[in-house]
Ligand binder design. Sequence first.
Ligand SMILES: Nc1ncnc2c1ncn2[C@@H]1O[C@H](COP(=O)(O)OP(=O)(O)OP(=O)(O)O)[C@@H](O)[C@H]1O
Length: 235
Amino acid sequence: MNDFIKIDGLKKWYKSKGVTYEALKDVTLNLRKGEFVAIKGPSGSGKTTLLSILGTLLSPDEGNIRIDGIDITKLSQERKADFRAFYIGFIFQHFHLLPFLSVYENTMLPLSTIKKEKEYKKNLVEKALSTVGMLEKKNKLPSEISGGEQQRTAIARAIVNEPPLILADEPTGNLDSVNSTVIMEHFQILHEQGHTIVFVTHDMKMSEYADRVIHVEDGLVKEDEIFAKEDTIHV
Ligand SMILES: Nc1ncnc2c1ncn2[C@@H]1O[C@H](COP(=O)(O)OP(=O)(O)OP(=O)(O)O)[C@@H](O)[C@H]1O
């Protein structure tokens, strides 16, 4: 078994106005390379906290996390930024596109610090945009495209530097059911291409796309269901 992510004894608490709140109480999990994982659970259960720690945006108070053998809890801020740039593509509920940049320019953003020729970057951007069916709209501004198209652009931006790990926080939370399905089908394709995908969702229908559903409640993993892939079920 190829454990890509090893989370061990993870704890996180927030302090606010002298009150301490334990958001993650003791989370231990192993995720394999290429897994397609949904994190489910009620509001306030710790899902975003867990995803943010996985993405090195937040530090835990206790515990270790290794991603591809790297203990991400021990990295300096600078090394964390390098780590994120190489390993992780983020997708958020509210898309977080820059409104004054075109679809093409938004997708190019993660490549801005990479010292490569313009042509090399152009190829990567066009590849990412065609993966999500947005190449034809590359010159549009975010305000000129639909919410579903904005999220597809955000996915292109997340995958443009071909990161092994994609983290998405409620990626369909702002979309209607048709666009949500389109987004999840794109995730399915990325999963088939070998990306490891971890996404947070409230929506039962969206979690059905995953091959593993982790139910978080009250800062703890309450259930961890691994489903056999369709092509491996032979009854
Ligand atoms: N910066 C913060 N300061 C204080 N408390 C926080 C902070 N961020 C989160 N919390 C609290 O920690 C708990 C877990 O929050 P988190 O956002 O991880 O939950 P969640 O499961 O993602 O919720 P939702 O589904 O509503 O987004 C919540 O009770 C939340 O109020």
